[in-house]
Design a protein around this ligand. Structure first.
Ligand code: 9D3
Length: 251
């Protein structure tokens, strides 16, 4: 898969893509990431690419011509998403990552000002994506988030272990707690059931912990989770404990 990223700060991407899974994916030619400095497409002798907003207001706006020239320098076909990272975009999620992982080529535009000229969005951008409801100082970190989430889904990028793990993300429950050695740490022993060797009991315990954690922290996910009768009974018992004020909410 090929990513073309348009940014005013291409160097910001170097460290993130130079380690771990992303580096290995690039070394193995499973992913290529081409960074393009929007400033290289400036039409101005001072290399300026932004200007004041028509109508007034704070901040600067990226002018359309440098972005248009940068996009024209890439060979885009009709199936290539041109994504503008924007706080006003639709929310990024695992399903969106899966959809994008089916593409051969993805273009990402990361702004660093108040925004870009709307006519680029109208004529070149195919979708606007936000990574969450908080304000960052630019679209670069969001672009890295999207590339990372998509790249790890590509065949060969991860070992096989995590493909099963991803399915467990898809089940809309938060993960159960993990323990390793030592047996006692800060006075806290490992839950006895995990040492029992009884895998039915261990799975049952883990399922309940997942349900508890999801119930406390992300009740919105429980609507989507596939729950059996035993899960629903356990959730109902958690609701009852909460009513009686006897629950121990997860921090
Ligand atoms: C004028 C109001 N601000 C929008 C809330 C302006 C503005 C603030 C921050 C415009 C751009 C930015 C920089 N952020 C991004 O470019 C960005 C972002 C984000 O801030 N949060 C979550 N997802 C994204 S994707 C791109």
């Amino acid at each position: 898969m090929r990513f073309d990223i348009l940014t005013l700060f291409p160097e910001m991407f170097d460290s993130v893509f130079s380690y771990g899974i992303m580096k290995r994916a690039m070394d193995n030619n499973l992913v290529s990431i081409n960074l393009h400095n929007i400033r290289d497409f400036s039409e101005d002798k001072f290399g300026r690419v932004d200007d004041y907003p028509y109508g007034g207001g704070p901040g600067m706006v990226l002018r359309p011509e440098p972005l248009y020239k940068a996009l024209k320098s890439l060979d885009l076909d009709g199936d290539t998403p041109v994504i503008y990272m924007s706080p006003s975009g639709t929310l990024f999620n695992q399903q969106k990552a899966r959809d994008l992982a089916a593409k051969e080529h993805i273009v990402i535009l990361a702004g660093h000002y108040e925004g870009i000229d709307e006519r680029i969005i109208m004529t070149c951008v195919t979708e606007e994506i936000s990574i969450g409801d908080y304000v960052l100082s630019g679209g670069e970190i969001p672009a890295m988030v999207v590339v990372d989430a998509v790249a790890r889904l590509l065949p060969g990028v991860l070992g096989n272990i995590t493909s099963v793990e991803d399915e467990s993300f898809n089940n809309y429950l938060l993960e159960y707690p993990q323990y390793t050695r030592p047996y006692v740490f800060n006075g806290i022993p490992v839950p006895e059931v995990l040492l029992s060797g009884n895998h039915a009991m261990i799975n049952n315990w883990r399922r309940k912990k997942s349900l508890e954690k999801t119930f406390c922290r992300r009740p919105d996910l429980l609507e989507k989770a596939l729950l059996d009768d035993s899960d629903n009974m356990y959730i109902n018992s958690l609701k009852q404990l909460r009513k009686e004020g006897k629950d121990e909410p997860h921090k």
